[in-house]
Write a protein that binds this ligand. Structure first.
Ligand SMILES: [Zn+2]
Length: 310
């Protein structure tokens, strides 16, 4: 096992509370995690013997990748390292693709519907999709006559969005391209676990929010990581891309720091009580451990925040 950092990595203090007191949560060799064959992390100086670590902040409970890739090299992770994925199994926007992806848009309709319950829908609305991916949420927003903007770090996906006529660009181009955009709705879907510099990005988002704007965020909780650790299965939880695992209270603390207040909606990924019990029993059998079943049930959640007066 060899030590990181390469020049592309750095150690950080807890991005939520600033503490430098961390306990090792999980540590291992990159080669032991059955890395995906479609990514090539040699672009950021990683090899199979590189040691990677998750730590847990002793003060606020955040579980985070430390060391992590430096901000200036983040783009490599989502572009150069994934070049093979797009070269071999690239996407093309045609009818077959749009039909294949339809179920993803349906899920986005449900998310947006939850958000719109907290918004005055009788006036013109503007939205920012932070981490817009293939643009599904933006397309749904556009269909609802919401003026939708998006940012992403993946240049390939940004190009696909542009090809669909969406107002999407790379994150670092947004302030230059759309400096005056102030939004009523922000979506942070399946992305906060990827964010290298949480405080920088939440400042960026808050800077584009109207007072009272509603923000939706969903993510894995720390339970997802506990489950992976118990199963010794980190294939799904890339150390390089999945950097942050929040207990809900810690996520609230981060968002409060950036002038967002939780507005009550909470889903820990749990199902209705009766179905929950059935699922619990099923998982206990499948994985032979109530603990693992418990982790799975609590491993995802969503949260809504409202931008407060600064
Ligand atoms: Zn902390």
């Amino acid at each position: 096992m060899i030590d990181l950092p390469s020049d592309c990595f750095e150690y950080i203090d807890c991005p939520v509370c600033g503490s430098d007191k961390h306990a090792v949560f999980y540590q291992g060799c990159y080669g032991d995690f059955k890395p995906k064959t479609t990514v090539d992390y040699t672009h950021i100086g990683l090899n199979k013997r590189s040691r990677l670590s998750y730590v847990q902040c002793k003060h606020c409970g955040l579980v985070f990748s430390n060391p992590r890739v430096k901000l200036e090299y983040q783009s490599l992770v989502y572009n150069e390292c994934k070049a093979a994925k797009y070269r071999d199994g690239g996407y093309e926007i045609n009818e077959a693709f749009l039909v294949r992806e339809r179920h993803k848009k349906i899920a986005k309709i449900q998310t947006l519907a939850r958000v719109l319950e907290h918004v005055d829908v009788t006036r013109p609305l503007t939205m920012l999709d932070y981490g817009s991916g293939f643009g599904h949420s933006m397309s749904v927003g556009r269909a609802l006559t919401i003026d939708a903007y998006g940012v992403d770090v993946d240049a390939y996906r940004v190009r696909m969005g542009v090809d669909q006529g969406l107002k999407v660009c790379l994150r670092d181009e947004f302030d230059q391209k759309y400096p005056d955009v102030i939004v009523d709705i922000v979506l942070v879907e399946d992305v906060i676990e990827h964010v290298v510099d949480l405080n920088r990005e939440l400042s960026f988002i808050r800077g584009h929010c109207r007072e009272g704007a509603v923000l939706y965020v969903n993510s894995f909780s720390q339970w997802a990581m506990r489950r992976n650790r118990a199963l010794q299965n980190f294939q799904q939880s890339s150390f390089i891309e999945h950097l942050n695992y929040f207990p809900v209270a810690t996520l609230d603390r981060l968002f409060r720091k950036h002038n967002f207040e939780p507005i009550g909606f909470r889903s820990s990924g749990m199902l209705q009580p009766i179905r929950k019990v059935k699922l619990w029993l099923k998982l206990c059998v499948v994985e032979k451990s109530p603990y693992l079943g418990f982790c799975r049930m609590r491993s995802n959640y969503a949260r809504l925040y409202r931008a407060t007066v600064v």
